[in-house]
Write a protein that binds this ligand. Structure first.
Ligand code: ADE
Length: 233
């Protein structure tokens, strides 16, 4: 059995099918560490035209996803202890911390909205968490679901080749990551910092930590505030 199963409910499974088959996610699925199933919500429409949307009550532009096919889809895949996440711009912001917490789950059901949104009664009853991937509006939540899967999967043991690579990621401990270099030592007149060639691991660690703080101070002072607070605790 896989460590984490994720069911994705969307009207456009083809948008992300290739994404889940490629690279690290594809390998994790092949190795049975992760199980990802894509479902088309339209398959649960009983309407003779297989409609999944309708005009909003009260008027206004755009269409709203009908409750019946979404209820049927969620009820078909969710179990009592599943976390059902609706991807939407007005959800809680996805963070590295949230990703690591969600990776502890056994089963996630991701519902991606389309059009102007989904009937509020779905959110009131079946959805247990609402998540946004950033303060901007996408045409639908399918890519957002793929982003969440990717960020969460990195915390499932065995998905990344080297477990260690998680601890120095950007956002771990509220700091950004440090600069990386590879061969050649000199390229277009730019040299790799001497400390990285020194072989002195303690020095290298110190330099990297300094670089993380400096980058965070320049680029994300908001994060540095959280970092300082966590150091004082
Ligand atoms: N659907 C549309 N925009 C979104 C966003 N920013 N995050 C998650 N789902 C979305």
């Amino acid at each position: 059995m896989s460590l984490l199963k994720i069911d994705v409910l969307t009207l456009f499974p083809e948008m992300v099918d290739g994404y889940f088959k490629a690279s690290m996610l594809g390998r994790a699925v092949e190795n049975g560490i992760l199980e990802i199933a894509l479902h088309n919500i339209r398959d649960w429409s009983t309407d003779k035209h297989r409609r999944t949307d309708d005009a909003p009550f009260g008027g206004g532009a755009g269409m709203v996803m009908k409750p019946e096919p979404v209820f049927a889809a969620i009820n078909a895949v969710a179990k009592p202890d599943s976390t059902v996440i609706y991807l939407c711009p007005d959800g809680e912001l996805l963070t590295q911390k949230m990703s690591s917490e969600l990776a502890q789950s056994k089963h996630l059901v991701l519902l991606s909205g389309h059009y102007e949104g989904i009937d509020e009664r779905i959110r009131q009853t079946l959805v247990t968490r609402e998540v946004s991937i950033g303060d901007y509006v996408l045409t639908n939540g399918t890519i957002a679901a793929a982003v969440l899967v990717d960020a969460v999967a990195r915390y499932v043991p065995g998905v990344l080749g080297e477990e260690k690579s998680l601890t120095q990621d950007s956002f771990t401990g509220n700091l950004l990551s440090f600069p990386q270099y590879t061969r050649p030592v000199e390229y277009l007149g730019m040299r790799v910092p001497d400390v990285l060639l020194s072989g002195n691991h303690a020095e290298i660690e110190r330099w990297r930590e300094e670089q993380r703080r400096e980058r965070t101070r320049l680029r994300r002072p908001d994060l540095l505030k959280q970092f300082s607070q966590s150091q004082q605790q």
